[in-house]
Design a protein around this ligand. Structure first.
Ligand code: SAM
Length: 369
């Protein structure tokens, strides 16, 4: 990666802030395994970055405020300045302050990307470390490093992990490059969005804000829907949207649990099929196909798609996302156009077109056949 990001790792650490998803890929896939990345992670986890949100502070002040070891902290902060992670002012004692690299990770930052970075690192470190084994065997590195459990199995049994995962998914919305999928596709042609596995509905909310006349249906597992209902009824900024949305407890493998279709619906899934191997992805498509029956709906999959595989081989976001699903899920993959065509044919749909956006996500549009 270094060829595209300047000569030193600290230079490209700064560069990463320019695009949030790019930042995620680099922080997690490369940066956090290097010294600058470890420094960023340590000063975020120990509260330093957020403590500096109020303005510059010395190591002494920070150590007292946060209960840290002053000498070790000072040496890490000094290194952080050297790496362009933090800035410094004054001399006796030097007072450290945030840069645009660290400000992006503040809890108060509106884009909330830290939970995404943290989750990917915490859950992804060990699995990424098994890359050699994955290349040799094609096995599921997450299971190998988590006592045989898959990510999905652990999320069901570990509420803290499930909460971290949910916050990480919401953090994805803050990545500006993903916003392209809301802006660059003609969503206003639809009367209703049925978002399947939309979790807490952060993407659906964006669609409903974009298309003021549209209604929305949020479909997810019962425990997720319970939280979503509560969130949507409590969040002041969703008061108007709440009148246009309904919630359905549904299982995307079971057609009978999915909503009744309406003509002019868009049935949307964002980053769902990339989590599954072809057999399971076809099972999901087939269940959706049965649920929509003869109603003319459009299926809109928002996925990191290799539209032109040779051009996209240089696309860090797409290749980075594919590495994550390869190592963390074993089963998942980011797909190419021919792979989508084959999948749709097996699941009862036909690929209409792939709409590229300014970000790495495409809208892969299909219709029932
Ligand atoms: C990776 S998250 C993606 C969430 C959302 N689409 C997004 O882009 O942020 C996967 C979602 O799939 C949901 N899910 C998992 N299995 C499901 C199933 N069998 N039926 C419906 N939803 C399911 C989870 O609850 C979770 O909300």
């Amino acid at each position: 990666m270094s060829g595209t990001h300047g000569s030193s790792s600290s230079n490209w650490l700064v560069y990463t802030v320019k695009e949030h998803l790019r930042a995620l890929c680099l922080y997690t896939a490369e940066c956090l395994t290097t010294a600058p990345g470890k420094v960023v992670y340590a000063i975020k986890k120990t509260g330093v970055i957020d403590a500096l949100g109020d303005g510059p502070k010395s190591a002494d002040q920070l150590a007292k405020e946060l209960g840290l070891h002053e000498d070790s902290l000072y040496r890490v902060l000094r290194a952080a300045v050297n790496m362009n992670v933090l800035a410094v002012e004054g001399a006796q004692p030097p007072r450290f302050r945030n840069t645009d690299v660290t400000s992006l990770l503040l809890d108060s930052h509106p884009h909330k990307i830290w939970p995404t970075v943290q989750w990917t690192v915490d859950d992804g470190y060990a699995t990424m470390g098994e890359m050699e084994w994955v290349v040799r065997t094609g096995g599921n590195a997450f299971r190998k490093t988590h006592n045989g459990d898959s990510l999905w199995e652990l999320l069901k049994t570990d509420p803290k992990r499930a909460e971290d995962f949910s916050r990480a998914m919401v953090g994805m919305d803050g990545m500006t490059t993903l916003e392209g999928v809301v802006l660059d596709y003609p969503w206003n042609r639809y009367g209703r969005f049925v978002e399947i596995a939309g979790m807490y509905g952060s993407f659906l909310a964006r669609l409903l804000r974009r298309v003021k006349k549209a209604e929305g249906v949020l479909v997810d597992q019962p425990e997720v829907i319970a939280i979503s209902r509560k969130m949507w009824s409590e969040e002041a900024d969703k008061a108007e949207l709440n009148k246009r949305v309904s919630f359905v407890e549904g299982d995307f493998f079971k057609s009978e649990t999915l909503p009744k279709p309406r003509a002019n619906d868009a049935w949307v899934m964002r980053n769902i099929l990339h989590d599954y191997n072809d057999d399971d992805a076809v099972r999901i498509l087939a269940a959706v196909r049965t649920a929509v029956g003869t109603t003319p709906v459009t299926l809109c999959l928002c996925e990191f798609t290799f539209v032109d595989e040779f051009a996209d081989i240089r696309n860090l976001e797409k290749c980075g996302a594919d590495l994550m699903v390869l190592t963390m899920l074993g089963a998942g993959r980011e797909r190419t156009r021919p792979e989508w065509e084959k999948l749709f044919a097996s699941g009862g749909f036909k690929l209409n077109r792939i709409v590229e956006t300014r970000g790495p996500l495409c809208v892969v549009e299909a219709v029932p056949v």
